[in-house]
Design a protein around this ligand. Structure first.
Ligand code: FAD
Length: 489
């Protein structure tokens, strides 16, 4: 059986291990961290994640879907169709379950506390360093020996880099000709907090996505199985620095902007959290190709880290594993399979990366716009009439396995149809007015002049509608909206 070496035992690396374990390959996974199953606290990104269709399909292929879904909380959305929901799951638990599942196969071996340093692409090998602590405690001033931190090379039929957004493997490929890479940090960072259970019950409604949009900063909350909520504040680093720099500032900020959440989070928890953790940056990474030589492929965040505003980072990474497994089963040859994988997957990865960035803009403020809500309702209306052919963008991304690039093509066709409906509407309106004008023995210009005169009268207080219309600012401190705007990630 061939050997696959996987860099990183995070979400995507661990799932890949399950896929190859199932195929009966020899699997070696090198992970920088200690075994998270033995750790008290695991440092890292978001505590919980929104699992949707693409992720579920990949978990189903390795027999884990029902178990994982059962461990989560179903989150429904008002714009959704019956039966459509995402599942809020605990990152650590999910990661642990996949490691344990993969390890059940005796041909799978995890090497924790092993850092992948680089890839030696001339010899098609991975360079790994053992960073485990030596069993003896070095006495003061004593250097650790080379043997404690040995570097060694690994050869494999296939190498899969799943070592995350700051991938060491990807970094060592940067000097290759025709390797495209781009990276963007957005101006927002995030801090995670917790709402505890209240009298052993959820303190907020559990099956909805809670969102407090406040223009350029936003608070969201997602329920956990243990009746707590993970609450995340997304704000520009400027805002953190100016308004959340001291414990008093943070409390005032939360009290003024999110009074209901402030009560549930509690003063002490907010100040302790902000003392303990710094706002974390959010990065978006695109690269191409995703496959190199005859045996190396990038997957998950190593290939396409994205901002977490479409709830798709992990889902897309999980779908990577499924897409690659399907291609490998079909083609057989490793070199051809990785090239085909890169051919189909790069454009999809770029597309969801862009969609996530677009949703970042939406989440900031667009949800408050009536045109945004109108479009959502219009989409759902058309979907109820043509359920197979008119699927809203969010549903195609979240509740289908339509390739991301096709999702965007379909959306463009929908936009064209809407524009032509609007055009048709205007044409009809125009001909109705023309008929009216004919009946009144007036020209269209006469009608337009008459309309303008009426408007001037109203603006001068002559009318009782329109003249006093005001723009209402977002009410500070208003409660959360129970909506989903693409979830997270
Ligand atoms: P990672 O999870 O980062 O795992 C990489 C692994 O590689 C880690 O275990 C790391 O220790 C290891 N590693 C790193 N470097 C080395 C090295 N040199 N040698 C060996 N091992 C190494 N996605 C969703 O689908 N839904 C969501 O709701 C969602 N919410 C999110 C919220 C936030 C705030 C953020 C930041 C992200 C969110 N995401 C979400 C995205 C999701 O977290 C990532 O897409 C996902 O974790 C990618 O998995 P990965 O295995 O590729 O990378």
């Amino acid at each position: 059986m061939p050997t696959v070496v996987i860099a990183g035992a995070g979400l995507v690396g661990a799932l890949n291990a399950c896929f190859f374990a199932k195929k009966g390959w020899n699997v070696q996974i090198y992970e920088f961290r200690r075994d998270i199953r033995t750790m008290k606290h695991v440092q890292g990104r978001s505590i919980n994640l929104a699992l949707s269709q693409r992720g579920k399909s990949a978990l189903e292929a390795v027999g884990l879907k029902d178990y994982i879904v059962d461990q989560g909380v179903a989150i429904r959305q008002p714009y959704g169709q019956p039966g459509e929901h995402i599942v809020s799951i605990n990152r650590r638990h999910l990661n642990e379950v996949m490691i344990t599942q993969a390890e059940k196969c005796e041909n799978v071996k995890f090497f924790f506390e092993h850092k992948v340093k680089s890839v030696d692409y001339e010899n098609k090998k991975l360079i790994v360093q053992n960073i485990s602590q030596p069993s003896r405690i070095p006495t003061f001033g004593q250097k650790q020996t080379h043997q404690d931190h040995q570097e060694f090379e690994i050869e494999a039929d296939l190498i899969i880099a799943c070592d995350g957004a700051y991938s060491a493997v990807r970094r060592s490929l940067m000097t290759l000709p025709r390797f495209n890479f781009s990276q963007e940090y957005i101006e927002h960072g995030y801090v995670e907090l917790n709402i505890l259970a209240k009298n052993d019950e959820f303190a907020l409604e559990e099956n909805v996505f809670h969102l407090w949009p406040r223009g350029h900063f936003t608070l969201i909350a997602l329920a956990n199985k243990d009746k707590t909520f993970t609450v995340t504040i997304f704000a520009p680093f400027d805002e953190f620095e100016k308004h959340m720099a001291t414990p008093q500032d943070v409390l005032q900020f939360f009290q003024e902007n999110f009074p209901d959440a402030y009560e549930l989070l509690g003063e002490q928890h907010i100040s302790e959290t902000f003392k303990r953790v710094k706002p974390q940056p959010l990065v978006s990474v695109k690269c191409s190709p995703h496959a190199f030589f005859d045996n190396l492929v990038l997957m998950g965040d190593a290939a396409h880290a994205m901002v977490p505003f479409y709830g798709q980072g992990m889902n897309c990474g999980f779908e990577d594993c499924l897409v690659f497994s399907e291609i490998l089963d079909k083609i057989g040859d490793i070199g051809e399979s990785i090239r085909e994988y890169s051919r189909v997957r790069v454009k999809d990865a770029h597309t969801i990366n862009d969609l996530a960035m677009y949703n970042y803009e939406e989440l900031k403020d667009l949800v408050n716009h009536s045109s945004y809500k109108l479009r959502k309702k219009f989409d759902l209306f058309l979907n109820s009439i043509f359920p197979k052919s008119w699927i809203p963008l969010y549903s195609m991304v979240t509740f289908s396995r339509i390739p991301y690039s096709e999702v965007v093509e379909r959306r463009k066709s929908q936009d064209k149809i809407i524009l032509s409906i609007l055009h048709e509407g205007f044409t009809q309106l125009y001909s109705t007015i023309q008929k009216m004008a004919d009946k009144l023995n007036m020209s269209l210009d006469d009608i337009i002049r008459l309309k303008k005169k009426t408007e001037v009268k109203r603006e001068n207080g002559g009318g009782n509608r329109g003249g006093n219309r005001k723009q209402f600012p977002i009410k500070k401190g208003a409660g959360a909206r129970k909506i989903i705007v693409g979830g997270r990630g």
